[in-house]
Design a protein around this ligand. Sequence first.
Ligand code: HEC
Ligand code: HEC
Ligand code: HEC
Ligand code: HEC
Ligand code: HEC
Ligand code: HEC
Length: 417
Amino acid sequence: MKKTHKLNLAVAAAGLLSIGLAGSAMAFHSGGVADCAGCHSMHTAKAGGKFLLTGTDQSSTCLNCHEDSADTGPNSYHISTADANLGPGLSPLQRTPGGDFGWLKKSYTGFGYGDAPSPPEYGERHGHNIVAVDKGYAADATHATAPGGTFPAANLQCNSCHDPHGKYRRGSTGAVTTGGASIIGSGSYDTSTVPIAGQAVGAYRLLAGLGYQSTAASGVTFPGVPVAVAPSTYNRTETVTQTRVAYGTKIGSGQAPWGQWCSSCHGDMHTSSGKVVHPTDQNLGSSISGMYGRYVKSGNLSGTAATSYLSLVPFAQGAANSSFANLKANAKNDDSALGGPVSTDQVTCLSCHRAHASGFYSMLRWNNDTEFIVSNGVYGTGMGRTEAEWKAAYYDRDPAKFATYQRGLCNKCHAKD
Ligand code: HEC
Ligand code: HEC
Ligand code: HEC
Ligand code: HEC
Ligand code: HEC
Ligand code: HEC
């Protein structure tokens, strides 16, 4: 009896892995709670593990599938590169919008200049240090709590931000709830079903919403689920075309603007009332949205808004522009939707940061620690990286897409260069 049960699980797991590779639409979670056995094992759970999980801890359980153990990325739903590909000179392989946690294992010893961090530049400064013992991820040693908040770094897990049971759902009215209509599939993609009455799709990326508490939550209160739509193939090189996630804002109940969502743990960072206050969830206004539309690269403001989108500096579509139809229209990976912002679109945390990790300090989308990000036509060999390593951190963009001497990307909105 027990033997048969085990065999079925093994077959199921193998099936999941192979069909999952074909693309994000192939199902495990399908927008909601997945097959319990994918994460829990009634009789063979890891010794010492909690909740009968298949990994030693929560995040290790997720990474059983979400780490690319064969290291062939970028592909599908992988968000972590295994250690074998993270040695000196090598870079994480995944190119998802949230980013590859492998950057947390990349320390650099070169010297920067200006206000660049002095060496060594610890990998842990590159993002959210999730604790995953089986995969070699440890808690952040510098930030004991979330900067601007009290959430303990030692408790940071995948399920601090994602609901492992995927209960949050968007129904036919657009409201996000945890009950009512049942979930029929993922709600994250441009190809996702539009739910009719009696149906629902999963919240964007199974993210935590109103009332969500993981067991290690330490009292965090999420204001709702943040809204966005990703193209159905989203883990890909941006050598030729960009991967555009259309971020939205709150337009219905149970939803929340991105800045407020991140602020559940970072209350005092970049808020209107906090201490470190670059505006967030704030309209760009006509002069900044106009600038974004014209900005091509340092010294070149001759662009047109219709082709001005840059995935290194995304913006959130404001309330007037945040219906799922509007978001879906922009969630493309073939450069068929490169329109820039209108004045009511917004700057938000994800305009400057990724959500998981990046190749740069403070999990930024670009290197904000040197005067030039491209110098004499190349990314260069500053801060202990090779040209190839810089390029990987920019999702394989050709430096020729920037100016020969390109300054930092704050200028996409502010054009002070
Ligand atoms: C994607 C992985 C995943 C799947 C699939 C999954 N769980 Fe869980 N489950 C977890 C994690 C992670 C925890 C620990 C949560 C925490 O630390 O707060 C958990 C905790 C639990 C708990 C104890 C805490 C609680 O929330 O009550 C129960 C009971 C549970 N799961 C039942 C289920 C059932 C039943 C299914 C299938 C219908 C299921 N799980 C599917 C990952 C999963
Ligand atoms: C058994 C393998 C497996 C495990 C374990 C697993 N996942 Fe997944 N995950 C997948 C596959 C396959 C996909 C893509 C298909 C899908 O979304 O159903 C996916 C997709 C996702 C997505 C995108 C879903 C969407 O609709 O946008 C998120 C977010 C995610 N997983 C988070 C987690 C978290 C958090 C855990 C641990 C609590 C976890 N996964 C555990 C296999 C797994
Ligand atoms: C600090 C919060 C946070 C933590 C911790 C976190 N995620 Fe995410 N995750 C997000 C957000 C936000 C997005 C959406 C990113 C975007 O679209 O720009 C996301 C996106 C994803 C995706 C879709 C692919 C991508 O990168 O865009 C997957 C899969 C996923 N997360 C899995 C995981 C797993 C597995 C873990 C733990 C190893 C984890 N996440 C930890 C917030 C988090
Ligand atoms: C569940 C709580 C939680 C949420 C939600 C959360 N963070 Fe964090 N964040 C933390 C913790 C804890 C740390 C400190 C540990 C670390 O840096 O690994 C941190 C660190 C950071 C850092 C510093 C990273 C570094 O390398 O120094 C940045 C930047 C950041 N978060 C941005 C964000 C953004 C943007 C969002 C929303 C997409 C977000 N956070 C959502 C808990 C959270
Ligand atoms: C306009 C760009 C921009 C926006 C928008 C932005 N940040 Fe930052 N953030 C930065 C930069 C640049 C840094 C690096 C440190 C610095 O220069 O202050 C940083 C640093 C951080 C840190 C690390 C602080 C530390 O002590 O290590 C956290 C946490 C953080 N941001 C969270 C957020 C959150 C949460 C939001 C949204 C509410 C947000 N940021 C919005 C640019 C931005
Ligand atoms: C996505 C667009 C965007 C990006 C990228 C961006 N900003 Fe801003 N910034 C804004 C908006 C919008 C305002 C508010 C303008 C207003 O209220 O008139 C602003 C305001 C400011 C202000 C004035 C703040 C005040 O209180 O008056 C400074 C300084 C600033 N930004 C610096 C930066 C720096 C440095 C970076 C890069 C780390 C950056 N910005 C990146 C959109 C952006």
